[in-house]
Ligand binder design. Sequence first.
Ligand SMILES: Cc1cc2nc3c(=O)[nH]c(=O)nc-3n(C[C@H](O)[C@H](O)[C@H](O)COP(=O)(O)OP(=O)(O)OC[C@H]3O[C@@H](n4cnc5c(N)ncnc54)[C@H](O)[C@@H]3O)c2cc1C
Ligand code: FES
Ligand code: FES
Length: 504
Amino acid sequence: MDSQTIRILLDGEPVEVAGVAPTTSLLAWLRAARGLTGTKEGCNEGDCGACTVVVATLAGDGTALELASINACLCFLPTLDGKAVFTVEYLRAQAGGELHPVQQALVNCHGSQCGFCTPGFAMSLWALYNACVADGSRPDAARIRSTLTGNLCRCTGYRPIVEAGERMFDRPARVLDREALRRQLLAQQRTTPLDYTHAGARFVAPRTLAALLELRARHPEATLLAGGTDVGVWVNKQLRTLSPLLYLGEVAELHGVEEDDGVLHVGAGASLTTAFAALARHWPELGELWERFASPPVRNAGTLGGNVANGSPIGDAMPALIALGARVVLASVRGRRSLALEDFYLDYMKKDLAADELVAAIELPRSAAGLRFRTWKLSKRFDSDISAVCGAFALRLQDGVVRAPRIAFGGMAATPRRAARTEAALDGRPWDEVTLALAVQALALDFDPLTDLRASASYRRRAAAGLLRRFFLETRADAPLAPAQTRVFAAFDPGAAVPHGEDA
Ligand SMILES: Cc1cc2nc3c(=O)[nH]c(=O)nc-3n(C[C@H](O)[C@H](O)[C@H](O)COP(=O)(O)OP(=O)(O)OC[C@H]3O[C@@H](n4cnc5c(N)ncnc54)[C@H](O)[C@@H]3O)c2cc1C
Ligand code: FES
Ligand code: FES
């Protein structure tokens, strides 16, 4: 199969693409080259959801199909080779011009005013609709709201849109023929890896870890591309030129989530949706962070490995992973090594990662019973916002005495970091108000945070101390408070909603 042609199943029709830069976004191509202008550009950086489309991918060696909403603005075209893309135009075309039940419900509930955001909402709802039609479930308002956290609307106020999500099942079901789609996708799989070049810019999608590591060793200047939710923003907003791109998405060895000898092994290429689902099964305390990490389309595309490898000081996964004792597994042609995640971060955006290495996995020891663990993200908005401070706390109590505390913060230093003095102040002491006061004093010495557009240094210090106190109130041996008693989000109980990014 021609390695210079990208093959996509677009709205059910096979399409071949050539002669475009490898960093061309799906959004730009849909609108400019295909005339599919239903998919809108709002922000071009994954924030507004106006560009939401649904992508279907073969899974399980071609025996299964996964559908997920993604942001077309952050998706480079060659990553879609061998996949199916559904745009808002598909919904109507399917029934010869009649509106799809999702679209009709938006009309009936007055869920659209200026209409700019509407295609994105329709596609997020369509992803949910398909999932519900497939498993016979009906979403409640909390699940619909959770599905729509990546879609912004300036006009309607959301209530009519959420109502449309409830009413979209009123009409006769429009069932997607998954089996036909699976067979269509199987037929268009290539036998050799995509190695695509245009105007000197190269995109390679190796199929095995060995091939990827070999390429990495030969091209230390290459940019590794996983979900592209960080890299896509560099291209769209910083106008960066990246070549070659080594795409991790086709390397099955990087996608698995397994448990072995009490260690949870999350492949670096597992999507944030898949990774958080696995993590939250073991540590349900991660549920709120999962819900508040970006939005379903970003979590469906982005990976846990990308979050860890990018290593932003305000990345949200790291504090929790560090508190849980995670290790990062690095791979190169020279072999593998693993190190405690906190030791991976050397300085601002500097990591202990050689030019020929990549992050292969994140490993977490399954904790024995009795771990008291919490993680909280503080940001200006509840949904889809960047943290000012993110804190994670873990300890055990033995006869009321603190053992093995692990406390980590994002937003407090140039890297995600442990609070070493705070941990020392806690270790071996009774978990009471006196120890808490000592720990709060130690915390003030642990970090010297910055003032920036998200928060002042003094806010960060006080907020971090407040989170430590909240952790105490919820985990003290004597009269611990329930999470609902310390939560300030009165109108929304994230415990009631499980994120449903991967609605298929
Ligand atoms: C709208 C929006 C909202 C967001 N919200 C949040 C949020 O709430 N919290 C948060 O923490 N982040 C957030 N992010 C950032 C981003 O989604 C995450 O960092 C995500 O996990 C990145 O994963 P990715 O697979 O998309 O990485 P990519 O963009 O593909 O890569 C990111 C970086 O990591 C490198 N890389 C990727 N995989 C590997 C690997 N296996 N080994 C070595 N290097 C690798 C790449 O070369 C690049 O430098 C948001 C982003 C957007 C656009
Ligand atoms: S254009 Fe705003 S999320 Fe893509
Ligand atoms: S209807 Fe105008 S932005 Fe949503």
